[in-house]
Write a protein that binds this ligand. Sequence first.
Ligand code: NAD
Length: 251
Amino acid sequence: MAEPSDPLVREVALLLEKKPRISVLTGAGVSAASGIPTFRDAQGLWEGVPPEDVATPQAFARNPGFVWRFYDERRRRLLECHPNRGHEVLAAWSRRYPDFSLITQNVDGLHELAGTANVTRFHGSLWDVGCWEECVASPHRWRDETVPFPSLPPVCPYCGGSLRPGVVWFGEGIDPHVVQKAEAATRCDLFFTIGTSAVVFPAADLIFQAQRHGATVIEINPEKTPASSRVDLFLQGNSEIVLDRIEALLG
Ligand code: NAD
């Protein structure tokens, strides 16, 4: 576990003091201390459910009511979750460093709630919905904070069909504008990969793109990942603790 006196913590603080261009990729681990379970940690289950049963278009086509009950429950529980110290430190960096970008794979909105500037949501949001039929009258996605929905699946207000959750499921493409923004952020001086298992692509490839562009890549995770042997600095520990220690050195 990275201690305050850890030379790696000091090294990262020194790098940050130069006010570099900073980009951060976050994953489910950043929200673990807020009470939101990751799924790799639960032997491939996501809140006890295999992801392919709830996080693919095929699962939704088979049983939209079952998939929606899963997302409706996550939205309900999210109302009780708050940003943790890791989210807070990243939000402070976003205000302090003029060239800061954060790309998150998380769909929980906690970075935004913590006040982080310049967040790119790579996998959508639990608070977004879209028309399953992609009816012409509706926007691609819009925010709807109704909890719980009166019926499941909820009804598209534009065409009367079904709504779908506004998250990117396995097997679906990422919005090209989002990919473009995320790829642009890999041109930076320091690239942090925090709380992600680095196995979900194309998000994980951003780490290696940053490396190819000459960034110093720093990983924060309690466990080693497939990226750990390739990054420049691996700080082993929970992000809410390691980020707090770095921030304490920055004063
Ligand atoms: P993942 O579940 O595959 O991996 C989580 C990683 O976090 C692991 O490497 C684990 O060692 C690490 N971790 C656990 N506790 C930590 C802590 N306190 N501090 C730092 N790291 C910690 O998550 P992923 O890589 O983000 O990929 C999973 C996919 O599932 C993503 O696409 C995401 O959209 C989705 N997801 C999102 C949420 C969320 O929004 N909070 C939660 C679960 C899954």
